[in-house]
Design a protein around this ligand. Structure first.
Ligand code: RB5
Length: 151
């Protein structure tokens, strides 16, 4: 796969470090956009660079982690072409790829344990978008994005 960008705030940092080690085990290249200390930070400052990379196509996929995952997912979905999925189980991690072609995986570092997070990440990276009727639905989302934000 193409480039993967990963970032977290302080509340997601421990999980980010674990998932980075797992990505290395899986042989997946990534770029770490921070945060790199445990001091309290604002998640938009770290989520935005990843969402920008995915939106521009510089990164094919992204992984964002904050305490609940909610702030990062709200933020990332502001970016054109970003489909960020906040998931906390393997089933929705898989379906977010098959049906939604999610290009950013969002995880709550205070919600999900490391073992489950690793499983979700693996299945998310391995699963392909099914296209077909789901593409038609994504096209409708793109239309909404155009209407709301202009071209
Ligand atoms: C930080 O305390 C926390 O609010 C943040 O990590 C995230 O959960 C926001 O949605």
């Amino acid at each position: 796969m193409g480039r993967l960008a990963i970032a977290s705030d302080h509340a997601g940092r421990e999980l980010k470090e674990d998932l980075k080690a797992y990505l290395t085990e899986l042989g997946v290249e990534y770029v770490d956009m921070g945060v790199n200390s445990d001091a309290s930070v604002d998640y938009p400052d770290y989520g935005s660079p990843v969402a920008e990379k995915v939106s521009s196509g510089e990164a094919e996929k992204g992984v964002l982690i904050c305490g609940t995952g909610i702030g990062m997912s709200i933020l990332a979905n502001k970016y054109r072409g970003v489909r960020a999925a906040l998931v906390s189980d393997v089933f929705t991690a898989r379906l977010s790829r098959e049906h939604n072609d999610a290009n950013i995986l969002v995880i709550g570092g205070r919600v999900v344990g490391k073992g489950l997070a690793r499983e979700m990440l693996k299945i998310w990276l391995e699963t392909r978008f099914e296209g077909g009727r789901h593409q038609k639905r994504l096209d409708k989302i793109t239309e909404v994005e155009r209407k709301v934000n202009g071209r």
